[in-house]
Design a binder for this molecule. Structure first.
Ligand SMILES: Nc1ncnc2c1ncn2[C@@H]1O[C@H](COP(=O)(O)OP(=O)(O)OP(=O)(O)O)[C@@H](O)[C@H]1O
Length: 811
């Protein structure tokens, strides 16, 4: 680039910076002043209003003064917030005001406009010329979508076409241009090369300056109810999702707040990993949760649901244990649409027969028997949905309890309790009675006066029997208190035996067929039934049963919904079952959904393909309401690592590496575990000396992680961290981590601790190994003490290097 260009750009940058500084200085006193003012109004709020309720007019005036005061306060606070936002965004812009420039000549206009793009807009003092355009404005989309030449952008008023004459990228730090590239391709590779070449971080970074065209399509898609993104490992799904949240918050800023967007993430550690991206872009974070949190919340008090990590740990470690095959078959079946349909049919069957209720018990006796509840239930109009009839039964029960409560007041135990009341309880009742007596006396006086005026004798004579009333009240009180928990539990539907209702599905084949309208039955059904019943008996739930159980519970009690949420994001979407999707759809009826995932990394049993022609995900909202975007370019890893990992997948040839070179993956075979540990510690030291400071030793299971952590510590790895499912924060450093917890995150270097056929030999372990290897950005090492996993053995030898020696020194 010519020196003239550099000079001009630096001059412009200086000009923009000084305008920003001037604006910040302008805003500064106002901000401080507003802050004081709002605090002051709040303090003096009640001084300004005199509370006077003497007459109706006084009351009215007071009411209006209060209203006026709070309106002023709200206005000031709004003003304050707006100015504060402006002030913050100017400060954010100052060190790096923009990262891109395009020169665009719109057809029919003589002048070409220079459009500088940054993380927020900045308008000149005239209020018209944009010195910086927010990256989310329609015009800025051309920066991501086109290389110089013909280009266009779409606004709500129409499409604008023209010619992009220049496209320039900047690296500006601390107010200085460090680098500048004129791009000929869509977002030239230079900047991306530099960004991707950097080390891994403990927090994910925003990709705003280097968003790729296909990612931009995800970010700005605002047409369909359901957006599905199937993208290879490292293709920027999570990054695009977060940029998309920022985009939606900008585009719909008048109508949508950050807390109306929710992201389902794979584990709590992942949530901490991505938590800084939106604030970096000047937006508030959306809500984040995991599906498990939701299950625990709704099931946790009555049953202990297993979490997905314990489930996968079982799958990976219990081969050969009795009942293992059946459990696996059960996992597959219970996550399937066939089972979902079976449950829907079951709901219809329950409408006719088979509902189970719990006896309503009180003081060790049956107050209302389950059988009676069943009679009442099936006595209601059968055309009503199940859940409506359950609500009717609830109402009936509450009325019934009220009558039984009245009868109960004369029971002997109440008399007993009366004798044991303490002084405080008496005093309280006494106080209440006094109040009642005052009212009574007043009523008496009124009756006497009326008697006089109308000259008519009253039929009844007032008599306030204090003692009798006191006892009555006390009895009422005692019974009411003891009925309270009953009423409360009836309101929570605990009279329905959901556990029994779910459990009776798993009796025998014939019963199951009858109750589910002839549903398909997996071959190992008797054993599946036995296992399911046994866990229920222990008040536990397998992970695969948790969502179906909740589904049945809601068939009966009515569906929970959250209408506040407008956008739902599901990351690692391949790990959710059709059931769970059905669920999310029902739970958030007003929300649009974005599901991002990679079937190549589907390591849980309940996996759902995102883009198969018959994918249940596409059927969820129907084809017309669904958009599907595929990402095939992988950005995380070097070309060598991508070539190696993609060859492990049957249809991996579609994955395209980004052209960033590095060393080939290194395969090291050593004699015995002790040697392996020593070698790994030596290799870690060597990589750290090269400047890599985020290194993960990845194991297949959590059990193996614990052992490896111990073993490596005894070889000098005292500083190694062990990551478990309880780890909440993702920190940089050297760590041992099971593969399923490393999902979604990345490291400078990955060491696959045991790449033997014993660890990764079965077909369902292929994707585990793939997921582990694709966490590596710059270096990938695999170790074994015997043979190589068949998924490695079949790889062409030119895709890796083999360590031919093993003194424990740097290579
Ligand atoms: N356009 C881009 N510009 C700069 N970096 C990018 C871009 N796209 C992706 N990356 C980087 O590539 C890496 C992988 O991105 P991300 O984690 O979003 O991918 P993913 O598809 O969610 O991966 P996985 O499925 O393997 O978890 C991150 O370091 C991210 O910053």
């Amino acid at each position: 680039m010519e020196a003239k260009d550099w000079r001009q750009e630096q001059e412009r940058l200086e000009k923009v910076k000084s305008k920003l500084q001037a604006r910040i200085a302008e805003l500064e006193p106002g901000i401080a002043g507003l802050r004081d003012q709002a605090a002051d109004i709040r303090k003096r709020f009640w001084e300004e209003v005199s509370i006077n309720t003497g007459t109706y007019e006084d009351f009215e005036e007071t009411f209006y003064t209060i209203n006026q005061q709070s309106a002023i306060l709200a206005e000031r606070e709004r003003g304050h917030k707006l100015q504060m936002q402006q002030w913050k965004s100017m400060n954010r812009l100052l060190p790096s005001p923009y990262f891109g420039r395009i020169d665009f000549q719109e057809d029919g206009l003589d002048l070409s406009e220079q459009i500088y793009i940054g993380v927020s807009s900045f308008v000149d003092d005239d209020g018209l010329s944009f010195l910086i355009y927010d990256w989310r404005t329609p015009i800025a989309s051309m920066y991501y979508d086109y290389s110089p030449g013909r280009a266009s952008y779409v606004t709500p008023t129409g499409t604008f076409e023209g010619t992009m004459e220049l496209k320039r990228q900047f690296q500006i730090q601390n107010g200085q241009i460090h680098n500048m590239f004129d791009a000929s391709e869509t977002i030239g590779d230079e900047l991306l090369q530099q960004v991707l070449g950097k080390g891994a971080d403990s927090q994910m970074k925003s990709i705003v300056a280097t968003i790729q065209r296909e990612q931009n399509a995800i970010i700005r898609n605002d047409k369909s109810r359901m957006l599905i993104v199937q993208g290879a490992a490292g293709s920027g799904k999570t990054s695009a999702a977060l940029q998309r949240v920022a985009y939606l918050l900008y585009k719909h800023r008048q109508t949508i707040r950050a807390d109306q967007i929710v992201l389902f993430s794979p584990n709590p550690m992942f949530a901490s990993y991505i938590s800084t991206v939106l604030p970096e872009l000047g937006e508030e974070n959306m809500q984040q949760t995991t599906f498990q949190e939701y299950l625990d919340y709704w099931l946790g008090s009555s049953l202990r649901p297993e979490d997905p990590f314990d489930q996968i740990e079982y799958v990976l470690t219990a081969q050969g244990a009795p009942g293992y095959e059946a459990r696996l078959q059960g996992m597959g079946y219970k996550a399937s649409e066939a089972f979902l349909q079976a449950l829907q049919s079951y709901g219809i069957w329950l409408g006719r027969e088979g509902m189970r209720f719990n006896d309503i018990r009180f003081r060790d006796r049956d107050l209302i028997a389950a059988e009676r509840l069943r009679e009442i239930f099936y006595g209601f109009d059968r055309s009503l949905p199940l859940s409506n009839r359950v609500v009717l039964l609830q109402e009936w029960l509450l009325n019934e309890l009220a009558s039984l409560e009245r009868i109960e007041r004369d029971a002997a135990w109440v008399q007993e309790e009366l004798n044991y009341l303490d002084a405080e309880q008496y005093a309280e009742i006494f106080g209440m009675l006094h109040k009642e007596k005052e009212v009574f006396d007043l009523a008496e006086q009124f009756a006497a006066v009326r008697e006089k005026i109308s000259n008519k004798r009253r039929g009844d004579e007032g008599d306030f029997d204090f003692a009798l009333k006191e006892e009555d009240l006390l009895r009422q009180r005692i019974v009411k208190e003891s009925f309270k928990p009953l009423r409360k539990s009836v309101k929570k539907f605990s009279f329905v035996d959901v556990k029994g209702i779910y459990g009776q599905l798993f009796v025998d084949e014939a019963a199951y067929r009858e109750r589910t309208n002839g549903a398909f039955i997996p071959p190992l059904w008797p054993e599946i039934c036995r296992q399911t019943k046994e866990t229920l008996l222990r008040n536990e739930l397998f992970h695969e049963d948790a969502t179906p159980y909740l589904y049945v519970k809601e068939l009966i009690e009515g569906v929970r919904t959250n209408t506040e949420i407008r956008y739902v994001f599901v990351d690692e979407g391949q790990d959710y079952s059709p059931f769970q999707y059905e669920y999310l759809k029902k739970l958030f009826p007003r929300a649009r959904m974005t599901v991002l995932g990679d079937f190549g990394q589907a390591i849980f049993m309940q996996a759902t393909s995102l883009d198969a022609p018959d994918s249940p995900l596409v059927r969820l909202f129907g084809e017309a309401e669904t958009s599907l975007i595929r990402l095939v370019r992988s950005y995380r890893s070097t070309k060598e690592i991508v070539e190696f990992t993609k060859s492990m997948l049957p249809d991996g040839e579609k994955i395209v590496p980004f052209e960033r070179g590095g060393r080939k993956p290194l395969l090291t075979r050593v004699d015995g575990g002790e040697r392996r540990d020593a070698q790994i510690m030596a290799d870690i030291a060597a990589l750290m000396a090269e400047g890599f400071d985020s290194i993960a030793v990845i194991t297949k299971t959590a059990a193996e992680s614990r052992e490896v952590h111990e073993a490596l510590r005894s070889h000098g790895g005292e500083a190694l961290r062990l990551v478990t499912k309880e780890t909440l924060n993702f920190e940089k450093g050297v760590m041992v981590i099971p593969v399923y917890l490393a999902k979604g995150v990345e490291f400078d270097a990955v060491f696959v601790y045991d790449a033997s056929p014993e660890a990764y030999g079965r077909e369902n372990e292929r994707k585990l190994l793939y997921t582990a290897c694709t966490r590596a950005m710059h270096r990938l090492h695999l170790y074994t003490t015997g043979d190589w996993s068949p998924f490695v053995q079949v790889l062409p030898a030119n895709l890796y290097e083999k360590a031919t020696f093993h003194p424990y020194t740097a290579r």
